[in-house]
Design a protein. Structure first.
Lengths: 366, 366
């Protein structure tokens, strides 16, 4: 197994600094929907069986497509990302990962029946805790909630949020409403109460088209424009005052890119200066609030042709605490270890990027 | 009048280079809706009178608000931007403007009745031609069309598109659909046929919320996020192949900012490399297509605190032909002549910015 692992294209480059590595974006998934049955009440087991539901996984990563996962990441049984042993031998061991933050949404956001969504979120949380997190000290998990029902989402956070194996609560970037909306505040309040971050992930089935002018024709457009959805959500979170009202909350934008952030902060700061009367709770520059509370996973990188320009962008962020290393394992987007860190990043900035920022963000201490 | 003009805060800074100045964003408007009556068929004059319609101007610039226009730009009768003499003495004369490109939408995009929209567009075009463009050789106008009815929009372009006083066709950024959509192609074909540019302006009543996750709560968010709508439209125009199919077309993005463009091009280029099979008509890098065909008016500037960073952004555009000077007269956004050009821009780049790029874009020759 070790031989296979080191032969994979995503093995850690040998010239990397020997620092604490924290991988902030690793995908895990149940082998099948039946894997969740031990954690699901009989009512919902029957419902799934009788409805003939085989999976709630997003079509964006169809498990049968050879393009959606890194070659070799598919276990003998189940989809890529469903085998803890393979994760160890392919990712954690060769990369010398100290901590990996796992994500499993399993389509909970797309369920319209709120009672079923609540039950599924709970099942996913109990499944990942029992079958992944409890047995592997290098993993930390993300709480899935049914944001369709914010009060019960908060109750789910209260149920498991103090377990040290969980470090954040996931919210979809393509939510049913802007993430700053007051309806979501009980979720943020609960996350803050338990010291959890909010991870905003690049998915969701909120129902709105991905552009402000209707649905585009091509997947290319969807892929490029998901960065705009992150920007809209960030503007909402700041404008509604979420990051001021919940000062201990950290927002992690997952897989949304980051090169767009400096120009957005310029525009936001300037317009806030002119319109701040409208949002008096935004008590300082939006860019300051963002630097204090927002973190971003780096993969996939929006690379300019000249790598040094990426370093300029990082400089323009105005903080070396914001970016966090991620592999996106086992998704195909992560296919080149030489590109897993901005070329030229070095010293303290590189150490922060590879691990320190994530340890701080997720309060993982020393 | 001259004294008043030079005392205004937007007089041309004395230290500016003495070059051909082209102002690409000047707003004109009818004194009242009755000003359009001579150009409107009896059926629609009656309709407006009987319906008690007083104006179709956007609420975004309520004429009564002291904040929506530069002080002193309000004539004795009518709203700011409705008096050709005041435009001359306040803008064209003190700034030594060689050419000013005028815009007048007058709410045509928001009319749901397509026959009325077509009639109003025609009236606005005939009104501006007779009362502004024909009498002032420094002005060039923009054709208004009812994009609700693309075939008749093309017919309107055919009717007046060869008049030298018109240089572009206006389309709203917040259109009813992505601007690359095939339904709009007759408009682009007609514009290309008559050598007109397409000006995409920061407005429109397409009906979709301004974010991909629903309506935000505050105007601040609308103001910041209109830049996202421009980005979505640019991605659509490139992905649908409009700029390849109509190679002579130039797209001018009006009042949408530009600091977001370099990171968007990085992301777009990278994703196109992976997904180009889906859009085979996009035959070269999106950034190359954008540099060839897209131009942007500069006002309002998304300024970073450090002005030299704006020069870096301009360098990252990869072309000194894309940005065009604009005042946004008489809107209040333009309130500081020292900020009407990126600080530090000099030499050929400044000459291009102040006029040469617009002369090329609008085919205004020497």
């Amino acid at each position: 197994m070790t031989e296979i692992a080191t032969a994979l294209p995503y093995a850690r480059p040998v010239e990397w600094p020997d620092v604490d590595l924290v991988d902030t974006d690793v995908h895990i998934t149940p082998r099948s929907i039946e894997s969740l049955f031990p954690y699901l009440p009989a009512r919902w087991r029957d419902y799934v069986r009788e409805s003939g539901i085989e999976s709630l996984e997003s079509d964006l990563y169809p498990p049968g497509s050879p393009l959606s996962a890194i070659p070799g990441s598919r276990p003998a049984a189940g989809p890529p990302g469903s085998d803890p042993d393979l994760l160890r031998t392919q990712l954690l061991d060769p990369w010398h990962t100290r901590i990996a933050i796992t994500h499993c949404i399993y389509g909970v956001d797309g369920i319209h029946n709120p009672d079923w969504a609540v039950a599924m979120a709970r099942a996913v949380n109990d499944w990942q805790h029992a079958e992944w997190l409890a047995g592997e000290p290098r993993l930390r998990g993300s709480v899935v909630v049914a944001s369709q029902d914010p009060e019960r989402a908060a109750a789910e956070i209260d149920r498991i949020g103090d377990r040290p194996e969980f470090v954040q609560v996931l919210m979809p970037v393509r939510a049913r409403a802007p993430l700053g909306s007051r309806s979501y505040w009980p979720i943020y309040e609960a996350a803050q109460r338990h010291g959890l971050a909010i991870g905003v992930y690049a998915g969701g089935a909120g129902g709105n088209p991905i552009t402000p002018v209707g649905a585009p024709s091509y997947y290319l457009e969807e892929y490029v424009l998901v960065a705009q959805v992150f920007q809209a959500q960030l503007v909402s979170l700041v404008s509604e005052g979420v990051l001021v009202r919940f000062p201990d909350l950290r927002i992690v934008l997952v897989e949304g890119g980051f090169t767009w952030l400096p120009p957005l902060m310029w525009r936001f700061d300037k317009n806030w200066k002119g319109l701040r009367r409208e949002v008096p709770w935004v008590d300082r520059l939006p860019s300051e609030i963002i630097r204090d509370s927002v973190r971003l996973t780096a993969q996939p990188l929006d690379e300019p042709d000249e790598p040094e320009r990426l370093l300029e962008v990082i400089d323009r962020l105005g903080s070396d605490r914001m970016l966090m290393f991620s592999t996106d394992y086992p998704h195909r987007q992560f296919d080149d270890p030489a590109r897993s860190a901005p070329i030229g990043l070095a010293g303290e900035a590189m150490t922060r990027f590879l691990g320190r920022n994530a340890l701080d963000t997720y309060r993982l201490g020393e």
